[in-house]
Design a protein around this ligand. Structure first.
Ligand SMILES: Cc1cc2nc3c(=O)[nH]c(=O)nc-3n(C[C@H](O)[C@H](O)[C@H](O)COP(=O)(O)O)c2cc1C
Length: 196
């Protein structure tokens, strides 16, 4: 694989790979998001990639969750997308910013009602005494919004990872895989090949 087979713009390239992945694998948008607390202790979990453009990669979550707490104290993150069937991995690293309230609202309004109820009812990442405590909170939330729209909670919204580097990895049977890393420099991207 020649690095010039990839688009000069890594965002365009990632959009193209994502489109191919959507045709090839279930949940192509699932990505592992790594954050770290201010002391540098890392944590990782899967979230869904809900938008990608020149501004970066958007995902949505509870803003009182562990990941959100960590991002408040240390607003940098890394994500990994891996599509086994395609033999491709993408790694992205950069700073994280909150998306606008308008963008969070638009996404929230596109979610099924059951997901909106769950978003209100679940104190994400907090300990629960038992499963039934969650069921009670769901029932209370359903009652609260009975016959009305479920609005965006003040504690819920989106984040955008603003890429500083993006690496495309392509499996080779020889194990001599291709790794092409793009590093942002001023207004453009510098491309380099890494050893596998
Ligand atoms: C396939 C998949 C998709 C997920 N998507 C999201 C998501 O978009 N947003 C989210 O908050 N959690 C999502 N989760 C749950 C997270 O992995 C995690 O359990 C939750 O966000 C709490 O993480 P935290 O305690 O580190 O904040 C997803 C889990 C899986 C397995």
């Amino acid at each position: 694989m020649d690095e010039h087979d990839l688009d000069a713009d890594p965002i365009v390239q990632l959009q193209a790979w994502l489109a191919e992945a959507r045709d090839a694998v279930p949940q192509a948008e699932a990505m592992t998001l790594a954050t770290a607390d201010p002391g540098g202790r890392p944590s990782a979990r899967v979230v869904l990639l809900r938008g990608i453009d020149d501004r970066g990669l958007a995902f949505f979550t509870n803003r009182t969750s562990r990941k959100a707490d960590e991002l408040r104290g240390n607003p940098r993150a890394a994500v990994v997308l891996h599509w086994w069937e395609l033999g491709r991995q993408v790694r992205v690293e950069g700073a994280v910013v909150e998306v606008s309230d308008e963008e969070s609202t638009d996404y929230w309004n596109s979610r099924p009602r059951a997901s909106q109820i769950a978003g209100w009812a679940s104190p994400q990442s907090q300990p629960l005494a038992e499963r039934s405590a969650l069921d009670v909170r769901v029932a209370e939330t359903e009652q609260r919004f009975d016959r009305s729209e479920v609005p965006l909670p003040s504690f819920w919204g989106g984040y955008r990872l603003v890429p500083e580097c993006i690496e495309f990895w392509i499996h080779q049977e020889s194990r001599l895989h291709d790794r092409i890393r793009y590093v942002r420099s001023a207004e453009s991207w510098r491309r380099e090949r890494l050893a596998p």
